[in-house]
Write a protein that binds this ligand. Sequence first.
Ligand code: PLP
Length: 405
Amino acid sequence: MISRRAQHEMRSDLTKFFSSFFREYEQKTTNGMFDLSIGNVCGIPAVEETLLTALKHVGQKVSRLTKYPGTQGYFPLNQKIAELVKRETKKTVNPEDIILTNGALDGLYQLFYTMCNPGDYFYYCSPSFPYWSPADKAGVKSSVVVYKNPFDYAHTYGSIFQKKVQQNKLIKLAVVNEPHNPIGKSLEPEQIKILRDTANDNDVQIVLDEVYRSFAPEKKWIGESFDNAVMVDSFSKRFGMPGLRLGFIHAPKEIVPYVRAGMANQVVGMNMLTALVADSVLETALTTNFTKFIAREIARRQSKLDNALRKISSYGVVTHRPEGGIYRLLAVDELVENNKMDALTVCQQLEKHHVKAVPGIKLFADGTDPVRSPKILRLSVGGEPHTEEAGEKIVEAIEEIARGS
Ligand SMILES: Cc1ncc(COP(=O)(O)O)c(C=O)c1O
């Protein structure tokens, strides 16, 4: 018999979202296949070299692994992260106010758990990262805007928040992810202002999901607009090391002990092996152009993909070149309507043309009304160095669908 608890948590089952690649990864990659699916950042030789050096370095510190980690993190790493944040944002942060987490996903869960009571609501939009999963596990409900046109995000996310907060006093937390996964755009200044004022007036905690910050264009950092925001960040994207499962939170001083306690109660402290590797990686990153190098590679892949995708707008596919991030969204509503198919079939057609993408249905929480949701595919350039060739294949597949062949 399955317990009620298990049934409840299955609503937030992330295995559907992330698929079963614990098998796929060990299989030989099919030759000639372009992987624009899951949001890995990989295939960058410099990352693997740095990781190898870090692992050798950690080999000299094995005695550290024979003791429990502290519940406070690993202070040398906290110090380096503080330095990294300062370089990227110009904001001075205290290493004591950084909490190491098991990836940004765990950081998000800790925040839902710490900042909300069961039955409270949080605000986010769809399509986006599956925030509903860690929120649901913490007993927090969704106040979600499902965008029929996902590209409306940049000029409406704040205004819709304002309306939702007026109607629902149980909204206690709002997530802002810049540049946004999956459209790769940043909020318009007016929308940021509305978000900030509404949050301040109604005591809503703003959580900035900053995992793509290093892939953002160099302009004003969104954090400057929010005095009391909590920031969630990660090694997964910026350092191309999602396998490390290292995330970090920066929170205002008065909140830090509560988030730390939540972490400590769950896992005692960070996995020390991960912390030591990350510490060594940061040593490199702070003395070289390592992160800039990764960001440039991602920008190169985006621009190559864009060269090819410019050709598909005439086939009923709406897609905009992202300002940053690793994703590219294709809205195929018109294409699927004209050809009496669904977005999943478009994905399957792409696969026949050797391109793996993520169908929109994977991006929406269970129970999202299909009529309200857009017909979309999400592409990621993070795991695919050959994006121009991949883009050409996508164009071929879309042309074929549009011709009805
Ligand atoms: C917007 C966003 N936030 C958070 C995460 C989770 O990152 P992590 O791998 O550090 O758990 C992801 C991963 O894809 C993401 O896209």
